[in-house]
Design a protein around this ligand. Sequence first.
Ligand code: GDP
Ligand code: IMO
Ligand code: MG
Length: 427
Amino acid sequence: MPTTIVVGAQWGDEGKGKVVDLLAERSDMVARFQGGNNAGHTIVTGGETYKLHLVPSGILYPGTTCLIGSGTVVDPAALVAELDSLEERGVALDTLRLSGNAHLIMPYHIALDGASEMKLGRFSIGTTRRGIGPAYQDKAARVGIRAQDLLDAKILLAKLQIALEEKNQLLEVLYGLPRMDAEQIASELQPHAERLAPFIADTSLLVDRALREGKRVLMEGAQGTLLDIDHGTYPFVTSSNPIAGAACAGIGIGPTRIDQVIGVSKAYTTRVGEGPFPTEIDSAAGEHMLTQGNEFGTTTGRQRRCGWLDLVALRYAARLSGFTELALTKLDVLSGLPTVQLCTAYRTPEGDRLTEMPYHQTVFHHCTPEYRELPGWDDDLTGCRTLGDLPAAARNYVEAIADAVEVPITLIGTGQGRHEVIDRVEI
Ligand code: GDP
Ligand code: IMO
Ligand code: MG
């Protein structure tokens, strides 16, 4: 696995953190390429739970270099808090580096994210309110502030003053919020700047050097395919590209350096926030997924919406990112259901049967799922470590998914813990 990209195949929270942590054991470098602290990646090991938001999920292995790439957006205060909490728990941070080109989330981005959601009312996106969208907006508008600006207090203040000329209009006039002061923001940033300065580096160069030395590099995506700003369920998406193609831009390496792409999908589906979700269910099975899967957001604590696995959407994700492998997590959660359903197609209100993701948003919003029903299983899967340990019905379910997506399933999650997994298989 010289260069491997790991991405979410659904609406986020697929278990990317667990998969990356597992693969990090056999990697030299782990790099995050997009998103910010809207992400919440959970790793459970040795009775400890780690919730990572910006720091790559390889940090628990001493010696594994961890990079936060230029495609990310970084809230300095949130990153410092995350670093402090990891350090308090004895996690070494000496191998962490932050791209000087990563854009910073400023207090006005957070205020504008919240204010815009309030103004949208019933049309709101249900963002994490971490300032992600407004920070990416400023990056595209070329008025953003970057990690490297933390290294020069004069430049930082000048850029804040320019940005605030417009932001204060928005805050005050459009949203009726208090104005913000550049000098105050700059002085509050100063301790964070000092703390983060030693980590700021040319992360693209570090990845290039590692690859030239034959090292194994893992690229960690945040969010998921259907939250992609170009290809997801727009406008109910995040403001970056969580698909594999974005890893090259977000790190700064060429596509010719990529060897493998692993898509991560739950054995069912969840979504947090607003937006269409054809296989969402409001039944005992949904309640089972919610409680057995403990489906509450890692970042915001919100209850996740639950539903059956959507093979139309999963095939779409495999196409968009070119999955070479699929990791299927949380199979254990489905134990105890009398039957399990796989969405194999959509029906439009006119009765058309669609086996590809509809191109038009309105069609997607109105389509209903067509299911294939398979037998369930009662056995507890948490002890399963080989394919032979799986009950026949569970194995049958996994095979049906691999056949439909036409991508080999090489990892199956059978519990929350780091080693609760059937790994290095091919179905
Ligand atoms: P991420 O954002 O993709 O990293 O996923 P999250 O960490 O937000 O959510 C996934 C949740 O499922 C976390 O609580 C994980 O610890 C948990 N999880 C991951 N894989 C498995 C699995 O195979 N079985 C069970 N029961 N839990 C899992
Ligand atoms: P990980 O990396 C699940 C969702 C939000 C909202 C939409 C836009 O843990 O899988 P944003 O704050 O990004 O502007 O919100 O995207 N969202 C996520 N949902 N997992 C995530 O990250 C998410 N990051 C953002 O709930 O619907
Ligand atoms: Mg998450």
